[in-house]
Design a protein around this ligand. Structure first.
Ligand code: URA
Length: 436
């Protein structure tokens, strides 16, 4: 077999065989294939797509490129939730302590930020001392001890995805349905849980721009799971505007803590966290009634049990649990710029991509894979869509460490807002739920 023939076959739009896909992935992992051939193949897949069978074969080959976590009997109880990436998306951080407090074990492997999207690992590592460098053995034993652990998507789990992912990021081939599906589903299957919930996002801040494309992607993920004997539930959600009010790293942890303390009871973060938690409680058979599950979850917030679980997680992973009471223990930004609205009206739209880009310019995200990020910077949306702002009132706030970067960020954020004189009906955060 020759790699050049596999590239040529895909370029012409033919279906690759399982043997060809396996050969391609093993040449990738043993490094016998140069990056330029991998890149050419990725671009051919981007243009010609893949059949469901090819997507499942690629997913399986990526899983087989490394280890799989074996949770034994726990695998049926553990829930794993993964988002395809968004802006201000802190729902993993609000959800996992809530579920763990409900007695649902959580083992989560997360990534760093990709493209314009933020990464759960970066956000959590903004907590002084917190580390996501857990070995598989540490991850398993921490889940057994306290019911919750969060690790990095590194080591020998799906190594083929690590290589493909880095190349996709620099060859403009991220937004391909079979490539996203194989990347996400392989990681989730290798991570060992039998209850997988995927948050598939659409909108200006997501890789899929329309709800229709996100539904197609979600269906492909669920079908791929089925072909590989895993039940996957995919939830299609909007990423037209940032989730919650905070976009950055420590600023997002603070907003998550406010939710866990019971201080945020409405809006998209509360809505999505409870919706996902209910799905997880029904999926694992802990409850069979949605209303009962929802009020049980609310009690876990109001009694402080979910917050205590988060403190336990912080402590177990080397962080300072005191930050939950004293936010000044986070690295502090030098400047705070309150940007005032120049008009009065209802906020109609906030473009998630532009806010994300502004934050990246502040240093909250990476340009290159190994860039250091500045945990302390970010943007806080004082007004969200559907809310009224008066001329001269604060529309949003920039936290930064550099005045020049503040004004660059401002250019993007100013253009992210659209206004209207009439109040509008806000769309619901969940667009569709696709079950196996
Ligand atoms: N998240 C992933 O893990 N992989 C992708 O391809 C896109 C989002």
């Amino acid at each position: 077999m020759r790699i050049v023939d596999i590239i040529d076959k895909k370029k012409k739009g033919y279906e690759l065989t399982k043997e060809e896909i396996n050969y391609f992935i093993s040449s990738l992992v043993d490094k016998s294939m140069p990056d330029y051939q991998t890149s050419a193949w990725l671009m051919a897949v981007w243009f010609k797509g893949m059949t469901e069978q090819e997507t499942a074969d690629l997913t399986e080959a990526i899983i087989n490129s490394g280890e799989r976590i074996d949770f034994g009997d726990l695998a049926d109880k553990i829930v794993d939730k993964h988002s395809t990436g968004g802006v201000g998306d802190k729902v993993t951080i609000t959800l996992i302590p809530l579920l763990a407090a409900a007695g649902i074990p959580i083992a989560k492997l997360s990534g760093k930020g990709l493209g314009h999207t933020g990464g759960t690992i970066d956000k959590l590592e903004s907590i002084p001392g917190f580390s996501c460098n857990l070995s598989v053995a540490q991850l398993i034993s921490q889940v057994e001890d306290i019911g919750i652990a969060i690790g990095k998507q590194t080591g020998n789990l799906t190594p083929a995805d690590g290589i493909l992912y880095a190349l996709r990021d620099v060859t403009a081939t991220i937004d391909s349905m079979p490539l996203i599906t194989s990347s996400v589903v392989s990681k989730k299957i290798a991570a060992g849980s039998n209850n997988i919930i995927l948050d598939v996002k659409y909108g200006s801040g997501a890789f899929m721009k329309t709800p229709e494309d996100a539904v197609k992607l979600a269906n492909l993920m669920v079908t791929t799971g089925k072909r590989l004997n895993k039940n996957i539930t995919a939830v299609v959600t909007s990423m037209e505007e940032p989730l919650g009010r905070a976009v950055g790293n420590s600023i997002e942890i603070i907003e998550s803590l406010e939710f866990l303390k019971g201080n945020i009871v409405e809006g998209d973060i509360a809505e999505l966290t409870y919706d996902f938690a209910v799905i997880a409680l029904l999926l694992t058979g802990k409850f069979d009634n949605e209303g009962v599950a929802r009020s049980y979850l609310k009690d876990l917030i109001h009694s402080g049990k979910a917050l205590n679980k988060f403190k336990e997680l912080i402590k177990a992973q080397g962080g300072t649990p005191d930050i939950t009471d004293d936010y000044s223990l986070f690295a502090q930004p030098k400047y705070k710029a309150e940007i005032k609205s120049e008009i009065s009206g209802y906020v109609q739209k906030i473009d998630a991509f532009k806010i994300a880009y502004g934050c990246k310019l502040l240093g909250a995200g990476r340009e290159k894979k190994d860039d250091l990020i500045d945990y302390s910077v970010g943007v806080f949306l004082n007004k969200k869509s559907g809310e009224y702002v008066k001329e001269g009132e604060t529309l949003y706030t920039i936290y930064s460490n550099d005045e020049e970067k503040t004004s660059l960020c401002r250019q993007y954020c100013d253009s992210a807002f659209e206004f209207n004189q009439k109040v509008l009906n806000k769309e619901k955060s969940i667009y569709a739920v696709i079950k196996p």
